[in-house]
Design a binder for this molecule. Structure first.
Ligand SMILES: [Zn+2]
Length: 351
């Protein structure tokens, strides 16, 4: 896109205006102009067309000391919808969400031979249950789906949903924080200069000889800390429990190997130069004293890395995947954030 063209600039401003309504309600025209730094005339024109198209509606009026009363504006959540298939460890959560991130319909599908068919028919059902236009379908899963699907979709890795959910809970500065999702595999995510970077082979860094990972290598982080490793250990110990991570035997095995996770984190913090790490996913759902030990080991190695566990959990992952879908199909968040990064550079270099 060439942003010097007036038409494209208008599209970008329109996205900026819509993005303001993501979290806020009842903003007036003057506030919009101030918040995105464009003149009131252009804002009024844009608001008028968004009202006409039905994306915004007037949600009230407010008296002001001088002049005409301020018209409060809000986003019409029902103007569009997105469909998300969130692949969890044991099943697939299908959901229909509106533009305000509200879940309109949710279904739980089980994994099986007819998964593709199941996804296709659920897609049709979801589509039929709303009069809103479906803006897109997002699939959030560890690996790309190999089923034949009858609809177009965008694929995101689970870690992106987890991080998005975490970001919604904490609104924290994402730059220079390492997110590590511990599921059947280990995936990392980090933001650098406004860009999202996914680190896929992070789990296969060699730390300590002994355990074998799912790919058959010896000594990887994943061989010790991943749902695959916990299950394998549980089976080796002939445990009956379905949830190995909660069993005393597996927990004590992990406690003995905490140094493996600490050294991996130490290496990563040095290589990536990060001072904060957040552990996410079902595989990171271990007791709090594990975390204390990890942080203590890092301090002993004079590392400044601070490690914490994510709080968003499964609910956060689902909410995160819905927000990713809205980012992708409606708010075009990636486009806006890379633009604001570019604007940031140009305004710094021009002063
Ligand atoms: Zn490996």
């Amino acid at each position: 896109m060439d942003f010097s063209k007036p038409d494209n600039a208008r599209k970008v401003n329109r996205l900026k205006v819509l993005s303001l309504f993501r979290k806020e309600e009842g903003i007036g025209r003057a506030e919009i102009a101030k918040l995105i730094g464009i003149n009131k005339v252009s804002v009024s024109e844009m608001v008028d067309s968004l009202l006409q198209e039905g994306y915004l509606y007037e949600s009230g009026k407010e008296k002001v000391a001088k002049g005409r009363p301020k018209t409060r504006l809000s986003l019409n959540g029902e103007k569009g919808a997105v469909i998300v298939f969130s692949f969890q460890n044991k099943n697939v959560i299908a959901l229909l969400g509106d533009l305000k991130g509200r879940i309109i319909r949710i279904e739980i599908l089980s994994y099986g031979q007819d998964l593709g068919e199941n996804l296709n028919s659920t897609y049709e059902k979801m589509k039929e249950s709303t009069s809103a236009a479906i803006l897109g379908v997002l699939i959030s899963s560890d690996e790309a789906i190999d089923a034949e699907l009858s609809f177009p979709y965008v694929w995101k890795r689970r870690i992106e949903s987890l991080v998005r959910g975490e970001q919604d809970t904490f609104c924290e500065e994402l730059e220079d924080t390492l997110f590590l999702a511990i599921g059947r595999e280990i995936t990392g995510e980090i933001f650098r200069n406004g860009e999202k970077i996914i680190l896929t082979s992070i789990g296969h860094m060699r730390i300590k000889r002994g355990a074998i990972c799912s790919k058959g290598h010896e000594g990887c982080l994943e061989g010790y800390f991943s749902l695959y490793a916990y299950e394998k250990k549980g089976k080796d110990l002939m445990l009956e429990e379905e949830n190995y991570l909660r069993s005393d035997e597996v927990l004590s095995y992990l406690r003995e190997n905490l140094r493996v996770l600490s050294s991996a984190l130490l290496t990563l913090s040095e290589v990536l130069s990060v001072k904060k790490a957040v552990l996410l996913g079902d595989g990171a759902d271990f007791p709090d004293d594990f975390l204390l030990s990890i942080n203590k080991m890092l301090k002993e190695n004079s590392s400044e890395l601070d490690v914490r566990k994510g709080d968003a959990k499964a609910k956060g992952e689902i909410g995160g995947s819905l927000d990713l879908a809205l980012d992708e199909f409606f708010f075009k968040k990636d486009l806006l954030s890379s633009l604001s990064y570019i604007e940031g550079i140009t305004s710094v270099s021009s002063t």
